[in-house]
Write a protein that binds this ligand. Structure first.
Ligand code: GLP
Length: 248
């Protein structure tokens, strides 16, 4: 695992945005695996900047997003579709037809959106670069920590009370916070050619420590499954590296 320790969160965003910049510059029709969360949110403006300065052309870029809530419409401002449109897609010259975010407001739409996902995931080659954040419990996408098992493929996942609680800040009323989501499974994430995981903040220290301190894999910290991949870069700032006990 490659680990990049930055001086602060700003530099973490710079490093990740630069990886996407270099990829798209070298391969204009690159397939990007994208993520949501506040960490990703702070990085997307830099990807928009590259476009505005005329340094990047997104016209042939294809994207697949990691996950999406079940139970809220895609027009809801907290849906990951609306967030991606707002943070990135609406500000660059990407063809929205080439972007995919799971779409299942109702339970019965889950199989159809998963079918479409697999078409997008494998059509024309695997994801070139998959961006990941990490939950406090080590979740990647919405593959929640579980004492017994994880699910390999794309699936609907019940969110843990901790995750629901962490997401509550984005919704007006507690009863509005989604309790389930669709997510890529670990097999789908690991099918990317290259993965970059960016994390920030002390709540992630334990999960990052589990990822970097040994070679063990556990369903209790889903991010540890990234140890099975040959090309993963973890980008964390000095503060988080210290809290996670990472010495380099
Ligand atoms: C949500 C997303 C995850 C992401 C996490 C990180 O839970 N579903 O894919 O890893 O947010 O959140 P943040 O960057 O806000 O800490």
């Amino acid at each position: 695992m490659n680990v990049i320790v930055t001086k602060d969160f700003c530099e973490t965003c710079d490093v990740v945005a630069k990886m996407f910049f270099e990829l798209i510059s070298a391969k204009p029709d690159a397939k990007l695996g994208l993520a949501t969360g506040t960490t990703a949110e702070e990085m997307y403006p830099l990807m928009v900047d590259y476009f505005k300065k005329g340094k990047l052309d997104y016209s042939k870029v294809r994207t697949v997003n990691l996950d999406e809530y079940v139970g809220i419409p895609k027009t809801h401002e907290q849906s990951y579709r609306a967030s991606m449109d707002r943070w990135l897609f609406d500000s660059v010259n990407i063809d929205k037809e080439n972007t995919f975010v799971f779409d299942a407001q109702n339970e019965n739409e889950v199989p159809k959106t998963i079918e479409e996902f697999y078409k997008r995931l494998y059509e024309g080659g695997n994801i070139d670069l998959q961006l990941l954040g990490i939950g406090a419990n080590g979740h990647v996408g919405f593959n929640e920590a579980n004492a017994d098992f994880l699910t390999a493929g794309a699936h609907k996942e019940a969110l843990t009370p901790g995750t629901i609680n962490a997401n509550a800040r984005f919704f007006d009323r507690p009863e509005d916070v989604p309790t389930s989501a669709i997510t890529m499974g670990l097999r789908d994430i690991l099918s990317a050619k290259k993965i970059v995981l960016a994390a920030f903040g002390k709540s992630k220290a334990e999960a990052i420590s589990g990822l970097l301190s040994d070679d063990n894999i556990t369903t209790k910290n889903p991010a540890t499954f990234l140890k099975l991949h040959h090309n993963v870069t973890v980008v964390i700032d000095r503060g988080l590296a210290g809290l996670a006990g990472y010495k380099g």
